[in-house]
Design a protein around this ligand. Structure first.
Ligand code: ARG
Length: 466
């Protein structure tokens, strides 16, 4: 086995060995190992650029690149041996490359600082992992559209204040969640586009006296553009904050959907039956079947809000340019993307397999009072001012309630409504009467489903490009 150089990268300036407490406190290796493949990708492009501008000979570049390949293989198969002084993944890779390639390896860090290097690695990471989350959102949207398409004319109560308000098609309800997730995909694509900037070549903070080519590295790495300002390049974590906000809002949407699943799966609602494969049991109560996926999706939102606010709080007081506080950007970002990605996949599976209990939904929606607004609108069609119509129907509902009478009988007896008005109270009639664009009835929902499918296709095309 190779002897490690036990000295830190900066040993030339220091007369003493680093204290163990310092190493233990400042090391980020435990979590930034996850950037290993991105670090190596960045180093390959850096080496190629150094050779292009004449700072490395072709032989040196070949030796360093081969050492990077070896380090990559060792990291992937677990044979990479970390040294106690490897304070982060960048240090570890550079040390190993120098062990393998000797003097040429010692040229790897020419014109580069870990400050621009870590910013690059994290952008490369986000480009891939952020897109993966957007793809997971898209998959969930596909499930929502499919279930909406299959829901036919099934309807359920629509609620405001969690009180029954007006019936809506189940498809309409599912598509309401679809549009929230569609905005999330838009936000992911916009955030990833703004993150598409290469910071490499900014050095520690001010660029370099060497003839580096930041634009060339940027295009070699597939970035849309390079940084404009070296101070900004190493200070900027907007891309982390934006990704965190986007993940957090996605998770908040999952949380609201999860809350409804929890309610709907309760015996009190009984609107859904969860598939066994997507529910959990109780260790003590034999009868239980719990909606844990929906609850964890809901709970995850709290966690992501913490990730987002933690990073914003870290950023708010930092002077330009790099400060070590920025090392704390990684764990929240990793945590948020992992939590959100897993929640999206599990919720997609849950929704794909859930059984909607149409009888329970429709029975809950068929109460005569669900059509109260339609009764008032009947009067409006006869020219009665809406405020007065509202009062007439409101009084009927109150009377029915107070005297324990059927609303139908009172409607039939009310001269301005009468027996013809009873048709409005027939099961399902109220939802069939919702005909306005974007409304909850069969006609507008057919159009909405078509629009949702078009949107899915457009988003699929964007995601394939991203
Ligand atoms: N581990 C550091 C981070 O994650 C890398 C940059 C360290 N730069 C420095 N000058 N100490 O931010």
């Amino acid at each position: 086995m190779t002897e490690h150089d036990a000295r830190p990268l900066w040993h030339g300036r220091f007369g003493e060995e680093p204290a163990d407490d310092l190493l233990a406190f400042t090391s980020s290796l435990a979590f930034d190992r996850r950037l290993a493949s991105d670090d190596i990708t960045g180093s390959r492009a850096h080496v190629a650029m150094l050779a292009r501008v004449g700072l490395l000979t072709d032989d040196e570049a070949a030796a360093v690149t081969a050492a990077l390949d070896t380090a990559e293989k060792e990291l992937a198969d677990g044979s990479f041996v970390f040294a106690p002084t490897d304070e982060d993944i960048h240090t570890a890779v550079e040390r190993r490359v120098t062990e393998l390639a000797g003097a040429a390896g010692a040229k790897l860090h020419t014109g580069r600082s870990r400050n621009d290097q870590v910013a690059l690695d994290l952008r490369l990471f986000l480009r891939r992992e952020g897109r993966a989350v957007a793809v997971a959102v898209h998959r969930l949207q596909e499930v929502l559209v499919r279930r909406a398409g299959d829901a036919g004319d099934t309807y359920l109560p629509g609620y405001t204040h969690l009180q029954r308000a007006q019936p809506v098609l189940l498809a309409h309800h599912l598509l309401a969640h679809f549009w929230a997730f569609a905005r999330d995909v838009d936000r992911w694509l916009a955030a990833l586009d703004r993150a598409d900037v290469s910071p490499l070549g900014a050095g520690a903070l001010a660029g370099s006296s060497l003839p580096l080519d930041p634009g060339g590295v940027a295009s070699e790495l597939g970035f849309e553009r390079r940084f404009e300002n070296s101070l900004d390049a190493v200070s900027d974590r907007d891309f982390v904050a934006e990704a965190l906000f986007t993940a957090t809002l996605t998770q908040v949407h999952l949380s609201r959907l999860g809350e409804e699943i929890v309610l709907w799966a309760s015996e009190e609602f009984g609107f859904v039956r969860l598939a066994d494969a997507y529910s959990t049991g109780s260790s003590m109560l034999p009868q239980k079947k719990n909606p844990d996926i929906a609850e964890l999706a809901r709970g995850g939102a709290g966690r992501l809000i913490g990730d987002l606010t933690g990073v914003l709080a870290t950023l708010k007081g930092l002077p330009l340019s790099y400060n070590r506080d920025l090392q704390g950007d990684k764990e929240p970002l990793f945590d948020a993307l992992d939590t959100c990605g897993r929640a999206l996949a599990a919720m997609a599976g849950l929704l794909d397999s859930v059984e909607f209990v149409a009888e329970r939904m429709q029975a809950a929606a068929d109460g005569a009072t669900s059509a109260a607004t339609d009764l008032a609108e009947l009067l409006v069609q006869q020219g009665v001012p809406f405020r007065e119509a509202h009062q007439v129907v409101g009084e009927l509902v109150r009377e029915a309630d107070e005297r324990g009478l059927a609303l139908e009988d009172l409607v039939a007896a009310e001269p301005r409504l009468g027996r013809e008005a009873l048709a409005v109270l027939e099961p399902g009639e109220a939802v069939r009467r919702r005909t306005t664009p974007g409304g909850a009835g069969p006609e507008p929902v057919r159009d909405q489903l078509a629009a949702a499918r078009t949107r899915l296709d457009e988003q699929r095309a964007w995601l394939d490009e991203a």
